[in-house]
Write a protein of this length. Structure first.
Length: 259
C-alpha cells in the first residue's frame, strides 16, 4: 500500500509527476561530487519543484521568471545615510549643548567668558594696528600658562570632597599636574611661537582629561570647557601667525633696502 500511495502523493503535490523520483539520485550525486553546500540544494529544489500554490495555467515566461528569481544571489543593497538624515542629529547635539550652556550658573558663565578677554584682545589689537608687539605676546603667553595651571589644579578641588564622584587617586591627582608642567616649560622658551605651541598642547591635554579620561564634570561645564579651549587655542595660534607675518615683512624690507 505504501508503494501505491507514493505515486498518488506525487501527483497531488507536484505539477511534474515522477520528476523528483527520476532526477533526485543523479543530481544528488552531482552535488556531492562538486562538494556544493546545502544552499545550492535548496536553490535546486526551488527551481525544479512546483509548490501547491502555483497555478497550472502559468505560461512558460512566468515560469522562467520564477526560476531566475530563485537563482538571484546578488548582495543586498544597503542605503547610505544622506546628509538630510544626519542633519537632525547634528542639530540635536547643538541644541543640547546650547541648552546645557544656558543651564550653567551665571557666575561660572560670566567669569569664564571674562577670562577669555585677554586671549582675544591681544591678537585683535595687533591685527587692528597692523604691527606686532612682543610685549603683548609675552603677556598673553604668561596669562595662558596661568590659565593652564588653574585648569589642572581644578581637578584637585573636584576630587577632594568626600561626596565627589572623582576619587583622590593617582589617576585624578597625578594627571592634574601634567598641564602645570607644560605651562612651566612654555615659560622657559625665549621664542613666543614655541611657547604658544606648547600651551596649545597643554590645553588639549587638559581638555582630554576633563572630557574622556578622568571622571567627567557636569554637562554645562564640559560645554563651557570646549568653547573656552577653542577660543584660547585660536587666539594663541593667531598671535603666532602675526609674529610670523611680521618677521616676513621685516625680512622683505631688509632685502629691498639692501638692493
Amino acid at each position: 500500500k505504501q508503494a501505491n500511495m507514493f505515486p498518488l502523493i506525487q501527483r497531488c503535490c507536484f505539477c511534474t509527476p515522477f520528476k523528483l523520483q527520476k532526477f533526485t539520485g543523479p543530481r544528488l550525486l552531482l552535488y556531492g561530487k562538486n562538494k556544493t553546500t546545502w544552499s545550492s540544494l535548496r536553490l535546486w529544489l526551488q527551481r525544479d519543484v512546483c509548490p501547491l500554490s502555483r497555478s497550472p495555467s502559468l505560461n512558460p515566461a512566468s515560469l522562467q521568471a520564477t526560476k531566475l528569481q530563485a537563482f538571484h544571489t546578488s548582495l543586498p543593497f544597503f542605503k547610505k545615510k544622506t546628509s538630510k538624515e544626519s542633519e537632525p542629529k547634528n542639530l540635536g547635539v547643538w541644541r543640547r549643548s546650547v541648552q546645557s550652556l544656558k543651564e550653567s550658573p551665571k557666575p561660572a558663565l560670566y567669569l569664564s567668558l571674562a577670562g577669555l578677554i585677554p586671549f582675544v584682545s591681544v591678537p585683535l589689537s595687533m591685527a587692528i594696528q597692523g604691527t606686532y608687539h612682543p610685549e603683548l605676546a609675552f603677556a598673553q603667553v604668561t596669562y595662558a600658562a596661568a590659565t593652564v595651571s588653574f585648569l589642572g589644579g581644578m581637578r584637585w578641588g573636584f576630587a577632594l570632597p568626600e561626596d565627589s564622584p572623582a576619587k583622590p587617586d593617582w589617576m585624578n591627582l597625578a594627571n592634574s599636574t601634567i598641564p602645570l608642567l607644560f605651562a612651566w616649560q612654555a615659560l622657559l622658551y625665549k621664542d613666543v611661537t614655541s611657547s604658544a605651541v606648547m600651551l596649545v598642547m597643554a590645553l588639549g591635554v587638559a581638555l582630554h582629561y576633563d572630557l574622556a579620561l578622568l571622571p567627567t564634570y557636569p554637562p554645562w561645564f564640559k560645554v563651557l570647557r570646549v568653547v573656552g579651549t577653542l577660543v584660547m587655542v585660536f587666539s594663541l595660534l593667531a598671535t603666532a601667525l602675526l609674529k610670523l607675518i611680521s618677521e616676513m615683512e621685516q625680512s622683505n624690507s631688509t632685502k629691498q633696502w639692501q638692493n
